[in-house]
Design a protein around this ligand. Structure first.
Ligand SMILES: CC(C)(COP(=O)(O)OP(=O)(O)OC[C@H]1O[C@@H](n2cnc3c(N)ncnc32)[C@H](O)[C@@H]1OP(=O)(O)O)[C@@H](O)C(=O)NCCC(=O)NCCS
Length: 196
């Protein structure tokens, strides 16, 4: 698999991948184009041969917070949230075609960003993860909190499948995000994660 910066001609294929991964919450072709126009090298595609199997967008920022995804990314448009002089790289969105064999799209995206950003002088890679295992776990543990859920298990990894995906990319949880993204399985919660 190869990773490279998104080109305008990639946009229809990327929009298709977004639709498969995110359904009605997919980034539109206009949003995909705007992110790349605001910060060209932050938008990347993952290719299996000639076929686009993954997409990710990122921005630079000078701070991270407990605010919602929408607030931290200018509703995914990054026009107002991208800070060219910022030393923190922030993951705005990632999507993949299902059933990618081998190491998967997330592995290639994280490796690319780690080399580009951490190798290029950024202090940290940051991402807000949803916590799609939370609603089910909470139903079985009605008195427990998001903090309880986010405590690492004995092997140092999370009980949540999406947080664990980022754990595999050497991210650790920094803090819980009570109101991050309107995902029912996460009950709207998330986790701010960093890799340094
Ligand atoms: C996240 C994503 C890009 C990862 O793609 P990938 O690296 O090719 O790998 P997979 O889709 O096989 O997922 C890898 C692992 O993460 C888990 N995972 C990732 N996101 C998950 C989620 N939202 N809910 C449940 N499990 C999830 C998968 O179950 C899988 O676990 P396994 O290896 O134990 O089977 C892809 O799953 C996707 O597009 N998901 C929908 C959009 C999304 O959640 N994006 C991430 C937040 S921006």
């Amino acid at each position: 698999m190869n990773v490279r910066t998104l080109r305008p001609a990639d946009i229809p294929a990327v929009a298709e991948v977004e639709k498969i991964a995110w359904g009605e919450n997919a980034a539109t072709p206009e949003t995909i184009a705007r992110r790349a126009a605001v910060f060209e090298k932050g938008s990347i595609v993952v290719l299996d041969g000639e076929v686009i199997v993954g997409y990710a967008a990122s921005q630079l920022t000078d701070h991270i917070s407990t605010a919602t995804w929408s607030e931290q990314t200018d509703d995914g448009q990054i026009e107002k949230s991208h800070v060219p002089s910022g030393s923190l790289a922030y993951g705005v969105s990632m999507s993949a075609r299902p059933g990618i064999s081998g190491k998967g799209v997330a592995y290639h995206v994280i490796s690319h960003y780690a080399e580009m950003y951490l190798g290029g002088g950024c202090q940290a890679l940051c991402v807000g993860s949803r916590v799609p295992g939370f609603a089910k776990w909470r139903a079985a543990n009605p008195n427990a909190t998001l903090q309880d859920y986010l405590k690492p298990l004995d092997d140092g990894r999370s009980r949540d499948p999406e947080v664990r995906l980022y754990n595999s990319g050497d991210f650790r949880v920094l803090w819980g995000l009570p109101d991050y993204y309107p995902d029912p399985k996460s009950r709207g919660h998330g986790a701010m994660m960093v890799r340094t």
